[in-house]
Design a protein. Structure first.
Length: 138
């Protein structure tokens, strides 16, 4: 029996296991992002519903969704490698396009939020002393 015939079933099993692991990581990533986002929104929920969710919470959840899409893209690549059907190729292309658009808009929002927060931040000074360290100076 040639080595390629012996290796093919092993490769297919490895690809299936890898795809399943990546899809599981994608689901776990969404769940972790959801829990962290709910934790950020908890103060808003206690005070009462606001008209607009916290920008920080939206960006947090979007970041976790982007990571989940990365895992999903990896799973689709593995799936397409082992069985390059038209359906798998279309699914791979769709996830890649969604991930790309999400990352572009997420990067823009994060940059905008950082500029906004930098404009709000004022250094805390004591007369004649250096600025006190902020949370980013640790």
């Amino acid at each position: 029996m040639p080595i390629t015939e012996m290796a093919e079933p092993l490769l297919l099993d490895l690809a299936r296991s890898t795809r399943l692991l990546l899809e599981g990581l994608s689901v776990i990533t969404v769940l972790v992002g959801l829990l962290l986002t709910l934790g950020q929104l908890r103060p808003n929920l206690v005070r009462g519903p606001s008209l607009r969710p916290s920008t920080r919470a939206r960006l947090t959840f979007a970041s976790w969704l982007a990571m989940a899409l990365e895992f999903q893209l990896g799973a689709d690549i593995v799936s397409t490698t082992t069985s390059p059907s038209e359906r798998n190729l279309l699914q791979l292309a769709l996830v890649a396009v969604i991930r790309t658009f999400l990352n572009v808009f997420l990067a823009r929002e994060i940059e905008s939020e950082q500029r906004l927060e930098a404009g709000r931040a004022t250094p805390t000074r004591l007369p004649g002393w250096w600025p006190l360290p902020g949370p980013d100076d640790r």
